[in-house]
Ligand binder design. Structure first.
Ligand SMILES: *Cc1c(COP(=O)(O)O)cnc(C)c1O
Length: 456
């Protein structure tokens, strides 16, 4: 008998492993199937290692590997992370964190039944599309509103329902790719509307739109250049000029705003971000935006505008395909109520972050370094910039104070921060890992300190 066979004989049976106290406890929490699967997979791997020449590492090691396997298979792949990048609307990190009230509303509706599509007064079937409408109309000044799954869906729906087989005129400077493969020309093609490009990359005049109008034209479209900025010798007509031309020629005007800002961004030293109210006040007939960008709520696509057009959207089959979930409607309503009550800056996390003065960030950073003790003394506070991100306010940033971690192998340190629990995502700047507390929620600070203590 060879050594390998002798080693293989040492492997315990599945039954014996099931009875091991450290494995048996997992039967209660993870269920028999998952435990059995972890045992079989781990045994199989170990058998292969032994056949390749390794000695049997012992029962303790085997049980530990089974536990690790269980932990990794039972752990949801989507889990919370700490965003220390200072990018407020980080699309890869889930865009807007939600307010307590928003989550409570989502929880209440999610835990039980609701009047999602039930008219309580009449006692019969109602429509899910009525729910956030009055709030959206009140805040935007629009006649009607409709919620769908996300803004990409909203744009596709508007073009499919209102412009299929017709021409829509758009400036060459606005044929944008938002990211994640959302390109305006491709969405146009998908909707069956014909894209008519006018002007040049940097300059488009209202006369360019006027010259391109034919009997097949149905609308003029403006797209917010969400994630880039053209500077220098540039011109785009104002929305008011475009509305005037559309009115004169019997067309409607579609404004894809993207970020869906309801607040004045200039009071925070940022550039002016076009707001939904302005767009409606200037006469846009249909305006689309996201629920989870500068609105600061759950993912959704929001369409506001003229009642007659919104009614046509409601009846289109795509609306059913893009329909919004009950918990989302509850969250959007609760988030909109923060604006109605005038408490957006204190209650909506992204607005709290935008409004947070640099002095407050500095104070939080100092307190964090103190809590770290001696390893805190090896860190440094340096001035930096927090980005708005998420396809809004391109290139706009806010002053911040960064915590620069001690010098060393920054790539390895950043990876170690990402791979622990909770994962921490941070930038590397000038060869050092830097943390921006603007995007770290106060309730996450203890966990951040704990991880830094381990690593530094
Ligand atoms: C972000 C954005 C979209 C896509 O919105 P999602 O909610 O991500 O689907 C479409 N248009 C503009 C102008 C945007 O900024």
């Amino acid at each position: 008998m060879t050594d390998k066979q002798e080693e293989l004989r040492k492997l315990p049976s599945v039954d014996r492993l099931m009875q091991h106290p450290d494995v048996a406890v997992r039967l209660e929490t993870d269920g028999r199937e998952a435990v059995l699967d972890a045992i079989r997979t781990t045994l199989e791997k170990m058998r292969a290692e032994i056949s390749a020449g390794s000695p049997y590492p012992g029962d303790a090691e085997l049980v530990q590997r089974i536990q690790a396997r269980l932990a990794s298979t039972m752990r949801p792949t989507l889990r919370p992370v700490i965003n220390a990048t200072g990018v407020i609307l980080h699309t890869n990190l889930g865009r807007a964190p939600l307010s307590e009230e928003t989550l409570q509303a989502m929880r209440r509706v999610g835990l039980g039944y609701s009047n999602l599509e039930f008219d309580l007064e009449a006692g019969h079937r109602g429509s899910r599309y009525v729910h956030a409408e009055s709030l959206l109309c009140r805040l935007s000044g629009a006649e009607a509103a409709l919620l769908v799954n996300n803004n990409a869906g909203a744009v596709l729906l508007v073009l499919s329902a209102l412009a299929r087989g017709r021409e829509v005129i758009i400036s060459r400077g606005q044929l944008v790719e938002i990211g994640g493969g959302f390109r305006i020309p491709e969405v146009m093609a998908q909707s069956g509307a014909t894209l008519v490009e006018v002007g040049t990359t940097n300059r488009t005049y209202v006369s360019d739109y006027a010259a391109a109008i034919t009997e097949r034209t149905v609308a003029l479209m403006r797209v917010h250049s969400s994630n880039f900025r053209v500077i220098g010798f540039t011109h785009q007509p104002s929305l008011a000029e475009m509305v005037q031309l559309a009115r004169e020629r019997g067309l409607w005007l579609f404004d894809d705003l993207g970020s869906g800002c309801l607040m004045d961004t200039q009071r925070f030293g940022l550039a002016h971000e076009p707001t939904v109210q302005e767009s409606i006040a200037q006469g846009a007939d249909v305006v689309t935006f996201s629920g989870d960008k500068l609105l600061g709520g759950p993912q959704a696509g929001i369409i506001v505008g003229k009642a007659e057009l919104i009614e046509r959207l409601r009846r289109h089959p795509l609306t059913r395909a893009l329909r919004v979930d009950k918990t989302t409607i509850a969250g959007i309503q609760a988030n909109l109520l923060h604006y109605v009550r005038g408490e957006a800056l204190t209650k909506i996390p992204i607005w709290r972050m935008i409004a947070m003065p640099v002095e407050e960030i500095t104070a939080r950073a100092r307190a964090l370094l103190e809590a770290l003790g001696p390893s805190g003394a090896r860190c440094e506070l340096i001035p930096g910039r927090s980005m708005i991100g998420g396809g809004s306010l391109p290139e706009e940033s806010l002053p911040t104070t960064l915590i620069a971690l001690p010098e060393g192998d920054a790539t390895s340190l950043a990876a170690a921060l990402r791979l622990g629990e909770p994962p921490i995502v941070a930038h590397i700047q000038d060869g050092r890992v830097v943390l921006d507390l603007r995007t770290v929620l106060p309730e996450e600070e203890q966990a951040l300190i704990g991880r830094l203590r381990e690593l530094l």
